[in-house]
Structures are given as structure tokens and as C-alpha cells.
Design a protein around this ligand. Structure first.
Ligand SMILES: Cc1cc2nc3c(=O)[nH]c(=O)nc-3n(C[C@H](O)[C@H](O)[C@H](O)COP(=O)(O)O)c2cc1C
Length: 185
């Protein structure tokens, strides 16, 4: 069962990348997680380009989303929304339709006490309109600079919450596969 992870931050020292890295550490077979390496490789969305000459990187991302059983997204909050880089990736995914009905789990890390709540709310709205099945449960990591060490989430209570979220994502994916007649592994 394949999960595709997207990070909304490009920063080398990103708190959200650290959160995703720690989530990836928790995956065990038959679960597989692939972290999309760099959303900045995508050009800015342009409907003319989409129609006439779809860039290979976009086709690649759409195929990865299509081949996945679910998505795990961690996003920073920028000006009370998600990041431009993540919004741009989602715009490219609208037309492909691969995200429809995919279970999506959201996480956000912020140095602020609000923990990126508005970025997750914003993403929930956008992903829902795209037809994705966004989990009600999500992970917020407030005051994240105190909870990340050496590029990993090290705060035990938050890690416990993360395990719960990943369990919920796994359960949802398994249920979805069973509904679709695929034998859950
Ligand atoms: C342009 C800009 C806007 C920001 N706006 C918000 C905001 O609205 N809410 C918030 O909690 N943090 C905000 N921040 C702080 C980010 O949450 C913080 O930089 C965070 O570490 C970014 O995520 P990253 O560590 O994964 O790169 C903002 C930062 C920048 C640079």
C-alpha cells in the first residue's frame, strides 16, 4: 500500500520536512511511503501549457498520485494559507483527476502556537473541492522549533499523535481498497 508524501516547504531546515521524515520512519511493510523530493521542479500552473504541452514533471507527479493509495501532506502556514509551491502542485493535479477519492492526511508545523491550523483548513477546503477524501483527523505541531531536533520530530506526545493519524490513514486506505474489491493486504 503506497502513500505519497508532499511537503509544502522548500527550506533545507524545514520543520514540515522534518515532520514528514519522522512520519516516513514509522512506515513498515506492506506500507510504503515515497516523499516527493521537490515540488519546485513544477513550473507555474498555466492552463495553456496543460492543454497543449503537459510538462513531463507534471505527468510524472500525476502518475505518482494515481498509483498511490493515499496522500500525506505537511504544509507550512504562509500568510494564513498554504505555501505557493504546494498550491501550484495542487492546481496541476486538478485537471488530472487522480486525486479524486484519495484519502489524504494533513499535517502542519509552525513555530507559532496556532500550529498551522489555517493552512490545514485552507488545504481541506481546496482538496475537498478537488474530490479528495480528506481525513477529519490531522496533526498540528505548534511551537515546532522546540519539537524538532536534527531534522526529526522528537516530541513524544506529538509522535504518539502522529502514529494515531497514520493508523487512521492506513485504516481508511484499507477500507477503501476493500470497498473497491481489492483484497486488503
Ligand atoms: C512569508 C511568511 C509568512 C508566514 N506566515 C505565517 C502564518 O501565517 N502563520 C504561521 O503560523 N506562521 C507563518 N510563518 C512562519 C512559518 O510558519 C515558519 O517560517 C515555518 O518554519 C515555515 O515552515 P518550514 O519550517 O516547514 O519551512 C510565515 C513565514 C513566512 C516566511
Amino acid at each position: 500500500m503506497k502513500i505519497l508524501a508532499l511537503c509544502g516547504s522548500l527550506r533545507s531546515g524545514s520543520l514540515n520536512a522534518a515532520v514528514l521524515r519522522s512520519a516516513a520512519d514509522l512506515f513498515v511493510p506492506p506500507w510504503e511511503i515515497t516523499v516527493e523530493p521537490d515540488l519546485s521542479r513544477l513550473p507555474f500552473f498555466n492552463a495553456d501549457v496543460e492543454m497543449n504541452d503537459l510538462p513531463a514533471v507534471v505527468a510524472e507527479l500525476r502518475a505518482k498520485v494515481g498509483a498511490s493509495d493515499g496522500l500525506l501532506i505537511s504544509s507550512p502556514e504562509y500568510a494564513h494559507g498554504t505555501s505557493g509551491v504546494l498550491k501550484n502542485a495542487l492546481e496541476w493535479l486538478v485537471g488530472g483527476g487522480e486525486i479524486a477519492e484519495k484519502p489524504v492526511a494533513l499535517m502542519s508545523a509552525s513555530p507559532a502556537v496556532t500550529g498551522g491550523d489555517r493552512a490545514r483548513a485552507w488545504l481541506t477546503e481546496t482538496l475537498t473541492v478537488m474530490g479528495a477524501s480528506v481525513l477529519t483527523e490531522s496533526l498540528r505541531v505548534p511551537m515546532a522549533t522546540r519539537k524538532v531536533t536534527d531534522g526529526r520530530l522528537t516530541d513524544e506526545p506529538t509522535l504518539a499523535e502522529m502514529r494515531e493519524l497514520l493508523d487512521t490513514l492506513a485504516r481508511t486506505v484499507a477500507e477503501r481498497r476493500a470497498e473497491n474489491g481489492v483484497l486488503a493486504q
